[in-house]
Design a protein around this ligand. Structure first.
Ligand code: PMP
Length: 445
């Protein structure tokens, strides 16, 4: 009997023992095509020689030194790499160990910024329903995934207001076009700021492309620009959570580049280290940095492993590989081809409501009735069944949804590695088709 408190306590997990490009190999030798990059993490696939070499090289020199004593070459170089490619004036960076820590850090940076800027009343946050920002208490407080919040609700932050997500498939009305829908949803932010009291709001946080909770849903064009304008009008900071959709996943290094918007704080993780080491980061604007630097001169925060040298060395190798191997171009072309292939295969399936996403970040939403968009009964756990059937066929896809929340249904998230080739793409579609048919047969029988 295992001593580990696994996610699903009664489930038997295969033992992952090896990797080969886009495949994970278990102890019995079964190969699994990693069509979801785990949870949109493994963007270079597995066992990448250059990244492993960089990690070994750093370990030979120095694994780690605490940041209250030292900085390190890999962390300084990684900071330079990221900030020189980031949009606008996102000129500084803070390295952590994952996405939740990155969002905790961003919330605290926003708060400290206003204290130092002489606006200490700004302590409220606005976020969106159907979002996910992490499992630590602060990140969970701004998150809007009802299933993940339910048990912990009494111990979450009470200074958070949630507005609706920008989710055209379910939210856009027949009497409005995409632009009007985007305006209406962005205007919910203005209403929330006014209702909360503009001089008390610190920041608004959202995912430019919603990952785990909705399944690769990009905001409609224009939405984020209007959000940016509204934040500026009321002096509210904009935090974009690119933990899942950032670092090239959507075809540009930062997802917000495609929306023409620059946040004040941008969080990333997952694809930053591609799973080779645990790492996350917060990019912050010159204004926030200068205010704290010119004020107390110290950020009241910190973790033991911030700026971990080996994690930064791994991440630097990942980021240089993405750039030098021209992988963003592959993300764009393979992403388009994957979207076309999914549409061709599933576009007429009566239980596939929507196929969406950007780059190699794609979501398929399943519905009981395509006409009414009625979701399947969540107790049927369709998404978990698809995951199980896919694993049995040697395919990893990330399931989501199924939590009771008004109009949300089941979805599957695909986030394959940026090294994807045509043959892998075909294998994804074939295996997914078989897994989906088997799972749908179970719930419609
Ligand atoms: N934000 C987003 C958008 C995420 O998708 C996730 C992870 N699924 C997180 C934050 C939390 O990241 P982590 O699990 O690394 O703490």
């Amino acid at each position: 009997m295992t001593k580990i408190l696994h996610r699903q306590i009664h489930q038997q997990y295969p033992v992952a023992a090896g990797g080969d490009g886009p495949y994970v190999i278990d102890r019995e030798g079964q190969r699994y095509l990693d069509a979801s990059g785990g949870a949109a993490v493994s963007c270079l696939g597995h066992s990448h020689a250059r990244v492993i070499e960089a990690i070994k090289g750093q370990l030979d020199k120095l694994a780690y030194a605490h940041t209250s004593f030292f900085t390190s070459e890999p962390s300084e170089e990684l900071a330079e790499h990221l900030t020189s490619r980031a949009p606008g004036e996102l000129n500084h960076v803070y390295f952590v160990s994952g996405g939740s820590e990155a969002n905790e850090t961003a919330l605290k940076l926003a708060r400290q910024y206003f204290v130092e800027a002489g606006q200490p009343r700004r302590s409220n946050f606005i976020a969106r329903r159907q979002s996910y920002h992490g499992n630590t208490l602060g990140a969970l407080s701004v998150g809007g995934n009802p299933g993940r919040r339910a048990v912990y609700d009494p111990i979450l932050m009470k200074n958070v207001t949630h507005i609706g997500p920008c989710y055209a498939y379910r939210g856009q009305r027949n009497d409005e076009d995409e632009a009007a829908y985007g305006r209406r949803m962005a205007d919910e932010l203005e209403e929330a700021i006014l209702a909360t009291g503009p001089e008390t709001v610190a920041a608004f946080i959202c995912e430019p492309v919603v990952g785990a909770t909705l399944g690769a849903v990009p905001a409609v064009r224009g939405y984020l620009q209007r959000v940016r304008e509204i934040c500026d009008r009321y002096g509210v900071l904009l935090i974009l959570d690119e933990v899942m959709c950032g670092m090239g996943r959507t075809g540009t290094l930062f997802a917000c580049e495609q929306d023409g918007v620059v946040p004040d704080l941008l969080t990333c993780a997952k694809g930053l280290g591609a799973g080779y080491q645990p790492i996350g980061a917060v990019l912050l604007s010159r204004r926030i940095f200068d205010t704290i630097a010119g004020g107390s001169g110290a950020f009241q925060h910190g973790f033991t492993y911030i700026g971990h040298a080996t994690a930064c060395a791994a991440s630097l190798a990942v980021q240089r590989t993405i750039e030098e191997d021209g992988l963003l171009a592959n993300v764009k072309s393979q992403g388009e081809a994957l979207q076309q292939a999914l549409k061709a295969r599933f576009g007429n399936n009566p239980h596939v409501g929507d196929i969406r996403g950007r780059g190699l970040f794609r979501g398929i939403e399943l519905v009981a009735d395509r006409g009414t968009k009625e979701p399947f009964d969540p107790t049927l756990k369709l998404n978990a069944r698809i995951k199980k059937e896919a694993m049995a066929r040697g395919l990893m896809c990330y399931p989501g949804g199924g939590t009771v929340d008004g109009w949300r249904g089941d979805h599957i998230l695909l986030a394959p590695p940026y090294i994807l080739e045509e043959a892998h793409r075909e294998e994804i579609v074939e295996k997914l088709d078989a897994a989906l048919s088997a799972a749908l047969e179970q719930v419609t029988a």
